[in-house]
Write a protein that binds this ligand. Sequence first.
Ligand SMILES: NC(=O)c1ccc[n+]([C@@H]2O[C@H](COP(=O)([O-])OP(=O)(O)OC[C@H]3O[C@@H](n4cnc5c(N)ncnc54)[C@H](OP(=O)(O)O)[C@@H]3O)[C@@H](O)[C@H]2O)c1
Length: 233
Amino acid sequence: MNLNQKIAVITGVSKGIGEALCTQLLADGAIVFGLGRNPYSNAHPNFTFISTDVRNYAAVESAFLQIDVATSKPIDILINNAGLGYFGNVEDLPMEQWHEMMQTNVDAMFYCTRLAVPKMKANGKGHIMNIASTAGLEGMPMVSGYCATKWAVKGFSESLWRELRDFKIKVTCVYPGSVKTDFFRNSPNIQPHDYMLMPTDIADMMVYALKTPDNFHQVNLEVRPLQPKGPKR
Ligand SMILES: NC(=O)c1ccc[n+]([C@@H]2O[C@H](COP(=O)([O-])OP(=O)(O)OC[C@H]3O[C@@H](n4cnc5c(N)ncnc54)[C@H](OP(=O)(O)O)[C@@H]3O)[C@@H](O)[C@H]2O)c1
């Protein structure tokens, strides 16, 4: 698909993978609407920031209405990227952190998808990308809450691509290992470092998948740092 003038919506655009995706999509000619809480400015004429806490369905609905008003065209690309992790022993994980992860990583993906799909169906095409994690493929001690949310992203994505393929809508689930972003701010034992994946490389991979021919569907994209802790010798 040629991305020129395609309408793309990205959740969690202010930093990290979302920001890298935004930059890459704009460079490829897409018209990008970025949803997030903290203001994010990008001078590109094809970029619009919509202040949205994606945990709030009314706010997400209002953001999609604003997108409708701003462009008469249907959404071509939805990237459910906003997310966060809290870590620790299950008995120590505060209730509010469990709920914040569930609401951001899972509920918001459902909200945005249910608002985007009817127009994609009517338009006869679309591409939804959900950012899970390798934590959505395996369980890890002290990561139970975050893993639970990303396994939910996996289940949602795997169901959805089968549900939507006959409407010519692609659903791709992305499973990155550690990426050098602010994600690790809640994880005092892990500092971002240069042996992690780079957010720009994740963005490049995803944009490649967005550009594939209509009958070519990358269902899952699993990527890991080759040497996540650096060379052993
Ligand atoms: N970094 C990694 O190692 C890694 C690995 C695998 C998967 N992932 C996943 O990749 C995605 C992006 O993470 P990242 O590494 O880029 O982390 P990041 O740098 O912390 O960025 C997270 C983004 O999500 C947004 N966000 C969080 N809560 C939000 C809310 N309630 N409403 C709207 N936006 C919200 C943040 O914006 P505001 O705070 O400004 O709202 C920010 O733009 C997440 O789903 C994460 O789980 C990350």
